[in-house]
Design a protein around this ligand. Sequence first.
Ligand code: RIB
Ligand code: CA
Length: 304
Amino acid sequence: MKSVILDVDTGIDDAMAIVYAARSPELELVGLTTCFGNIPVQDATRNSLLMLEKLGVQAPVAEGAAVTFRRGEKEDYARHVHGQDGLGGIVDKEPAGHKADVSAADFIIEQVKKRPHELTIIAVGPLTNIALALEKAPEIVPLIAELVIMGGAVYVRGNVSPYAEANIKSDPEAAKYVLHSGVKTTLVGLDVTMKTLLPHAQLEHWRASDNPLGPYLAQMTDFYMACYEGFQPGIGGCPLHDPLAVGIAIDSSFAQYEDVQVDVVTEGEKDGQTVANPEGTTKIRVCVGVENERFLDHFLNRMV
Ligand code: RIB
Ligand code: CA
């Protein structure tokens, strides 16, 4: 069993990733850490607590960064993709549970030191919490078993600009700090996540499920699905960005890789771009291919 912390900016695909991780016996969900990104961090915390409540899972939720690593307040959120509340408009109550009394960065440091060489961090939002933890306690760099990041667009176009993917663009300095930290890292970028689409037809299966989680997932995903249909008419589905990072943490054979240093552009028109640097020596594992059908089967078999 692999112990994991899931660092999220709970939006809709983050919520799916939480369900997938919680329902995968290969993983021990040590806790969630939340970050601004799709929505303000307070909403990400609320949504994460609500998802754990829906799942009947007890796990700490440590709230993290409200602003970026070096640039202060993030300018805008992705409410057009994830809805005003971050979960496609389905939030109808406050969670019963409360966030932990520790910051995300301190929770990460504490748990890595408690589980040296055994803790995997799956980061599916901006990398601010990870950067803050590594800056505060650089001694944890060699102790993290693996950092699996949903982020970047190395050999493909970005999604929030022609060059940049949303999680990196939300905090380029944090991404640069983390990708050059020396932590054993796998980068799950748009290069592969745009090949793992949840088919529109799946929503009907979830809606018809006897498990109440099914209709809940379908209702939130309606919003996300409609958004991607608007971006790309005829796409027929929505990308499972964050769930794929969880899938690769469970079974790395879902993807093919290239080991290369990845640099991050931190200014100008290409701000947030992730660029392969073959001359670099701080190599990370970049996903360059994915067995999308096999991953999708695995994901759907776990969800409801
Ligand atoms: O670019 C996709 C990523 O940005 C996903 O993690 C999504 O949840 C948003 O955070
Ligand atoms: Ca996310």
